[in-house]
Design a protein around this ligand. Sequence first.
Ligand code: AOF
Ligand code: ZN
Length: 374
Amino acid sequence: MAELRAGLAPSDRAFLERARVLARHGWGQVHPNPLVGCVIEKDGAVVGEGFHARFGGPHAEILALEEALHRANGATAFVSLEPCDHHGKTPPCTEALLKAGVARVVFGASDPGAESGGGAERLRREGIEVVGPVWGEGEAVAENPAFHHTARASRPFVALKLALSLDGRIAAARGERSRVTGGEAEKEVHRLRSGFDAIMIGAATARVDDPQLTVRLAPEGRAAPRRLLLDPRATLPSDAALLRDAERSPVHVFTRLDAPEVDMERLEGAGAHVHPVPAAAEGLVLDAVLDVCWELGLRAILCEGGSRLATSLLREDLVQRLYLFLAPQAFGPSGVPAFGPGIAGAPWGAFAPAFPPELFGRDALLVFDRRTGA
Ligand code: AOF
Ligand code: ZN
């Protein structure tokens, strides 16, 4: 794959990069579809651009072709994802590219979809010059991790977000609500939430932080993420912030099978959906929780702590992506460590950086993806 990339002219690489940047504009609006961007280039100039902007809406190629009109004839299309070759909610992009007379297609990632895939082969058969996949697997997955994971595994994609002090703590003291990162990072978290089907936390975080877990500081996504709470003993107070607005953004509480019935009923009465699942030595059987999530149609879940949930998810190798916000402060020995005992057994070596670090005010965001086969 590195050779393929090396063989691309610098201008080709720049156009494909532009397609990647365009694709990212669809965040929060297209899920569970992938982010896709497209640039059409003729004689060195961009004659059309587009990105998949809305679930069920036109694909990136179609919008770029609409802008390019007749100039697409003999042009090169740069697409971040292999053009689809199926009738989904929209007709195949392969046919649109052929009809427009595009001469060459350069794409970043293969489409893993059993039905939508195969576009590159189809275009080659029709005599078009096709270059791709240009990106290696890690780079392809980084742009659309949930899309690739669910195509492969039929399991929810799980991302874990943690805000850490530089001495690896998530709070100043146990039972104390603490500010770790600043306002810019907080905005980014709200933006990230809009691209997930659900946000999950554990009971201790719900008790201490009393969060609402809604998207407030960012443009709303196409659907409000559901709120998921792991609360083995059904202890969430009925007046918790999480239970507000349950009609617009449903709340699901996972409990042990033997949680007090009176509390399960109380939570149902407060608007939550209660799901009893088997108990594990510590908390709940997370695999069983994820099974229920999959059945509920939840494809991408963002877990926001705390330490017990983070530790269990990592130890059980259920995390595909880590969002680590690092804040330049220290909480010292009385602070709550991000991870509990047992974390050493997690597959740390399988994680690799997905993107270069990004800065949000004084905080840094590091994103790591779990590599398959690692
Ligand atoms: C592309 N370009 O911009 C996107 C693609 O139901 P549909 O018609 O929207 O198709 C969704 C599938 O098409 C999706 O699962 C993925 O395989 C592909 N997405 N393909 O050529 C695009 N969004
Ligand atoms: Zn398409």
